[in-house]
Design a protein around this ligand. Structure first.
Ligand code: ACO
Length: 330
């Protein structure tokens, strides 16, 4: 019989070696360890040096996930890379496919900022549920250090670089218990990494826009408000859909944007602190990488065990947000 359920069977992660603590950032902008730690919970972040690349970091995380799932790269049917910081606008997933030697896999990028991993999870699930693909590698990887304005203290202290990956496989039992995805483009202006261009005349009456991507701009207060309201709402909705009560959740695994957002969401949902996975003190906000990075750490630390129920939610630019509830393992 055809297996049309989904199981997440392996995880992996990789971060750049260079750690930069809050104190070090005081050399760049007027800030303090105290301000950053109390407002965000972040104490340090990893930054990719100029010689490092997104594809190499993503491939390292992927190799671990493939090994943990007990398959070979050549077994993969699909590679999805959730990223907002591709090393080539035409896509980075194919470079990862080449580095892994995943010759059979089709590979493409998916852009949904900090919601990218959850959007990718749901996208991967559709291919498995329809019987099209059996083995999918989903990567969340970002290097926002290449896109922040390092003179803007409101944003530069928040972000770090990293990569996380999971393998999803067709399974008898469907371990994806529910999901919901949302977008609201009317609030797009709150968080942008926008292209700015000026007209360049080519020939009479023909001009094209030529320019560059501008550093990240963010209205922190509005993004905070949005996350604190929408994330509990969507997790509640998915719990209802999955016919689960909140106390059946073993772990709350949110996009690691700000400890205060994690606390506010957990409080709204009545989830005790010991069930909230948090590693942003060490990595900051790694965008699409933050959920699989925190997931992989929790798996390797033995916190997340087979059959545990995990509620995850990503939220960010777009604006986009989404939630999924799944059970770990086959
Ligand atoms: N160091 C010291 N002071 C600072 C810093 C800093 N790094 N950054 C801002 N300040 C100052 C501000 O200038 C302001 O000073 P002022 O009152 O004299 O103008 C003061 O601190 C307060 O600033 P606020 O912006 O009001 O600070 P707030 O308490 O709202 O915290 C923060 C800011 C941490 C950004 C918060 O709003 C937040 O976490 N928002 C959510 C952001 C988020 O999650 N973004 C990621 C989304 S994911 C994605 O898609 C990329």
């Amino acid at each position: 019989m055809e297996k049309l359920g989904i199981a997440i069977t392996g995880s992996g992660s990789a971060v750049p070696e260079t750690a930069v603590d809050n104190q070090a950032l005081t050399q760049l902008v007027e800030t303090s360890d105290e301000w950053i730690a109390t407002r965000t919970g972040i104490r340090q972040r990893r930054l990719a040096m100029a010689t490092e690349s997104l594809s190499t970091l993503a491939a390292a995380a992927s190799s671990q996930a493939i090994a943990a799932a007990g398959i070979q790269a050549t077994d993969l049917d699909l590679i999805l890379l959730a990223t907002s910081t591709p090393e080539d606008l035409f896509g980075t997933a194919c470079r990862i496919q080449a580095q892994l030697g995943a010759t059979k896999a089709v590979a493409f990028d998916l852009t949904a900022a900090c919601s990218g991993f959850v959007f990718g999870l749901v996208t991967a699930a559709q291919y498995i549920r329809t019987g099209v693909y059996q083995n999918v590698l989903l990567i969340g990887a970002d290097m926002l250090s290449r896109w922040v304005d390092w003179t803007d203290r409101r944003t530069c202290v928040l972000f770090g670089d990293g990569a996380g990956a999971v393998v999803l496989q067709a399974n008898d039992r469907d371990r994806l218990l529910g999901f919901a995805l949302k977008s609201d483009g009317t609030q797009n202006h709150y968080l942008n990494l926008a292209y700015a261009a000026s007209p360049q005349n080519l020939i009479p009456d023909v001009n094209v826009a030529q320019g560059n991507y501008q550093p990240i701009t963010m209205n922190g207060k509005e993004v905070y408000r949005f996350a604190a309201q929408k994330v509990p709402e969507i997790i509640d909705k998915v719990l209802f859909q999955a016919n689960l009560s909140v106390d059946q959740i073993d772990w709350l695994l949110l996009h690691q944007a700000n400890q205060r957002i994690l606390d506010a969401v957990a409080e709204r949902l009545n989830i005790p602190e010991h069930k909230v996975i948090s590693n942003l003190a060490n990595y900051g906000n790694t965008s699409a990488a933050s959920i699989p990075l925190a997931l992989d750490e929790a798996v390797r630390q033995g916190k997340i065990q087979p059959n545990h129920i995990i509620a995850t939610s990503g939220f960010g630019a777009g604006l986009t947000w989404g939630a999924a509830i799944f059970q770990w393992g086959r």
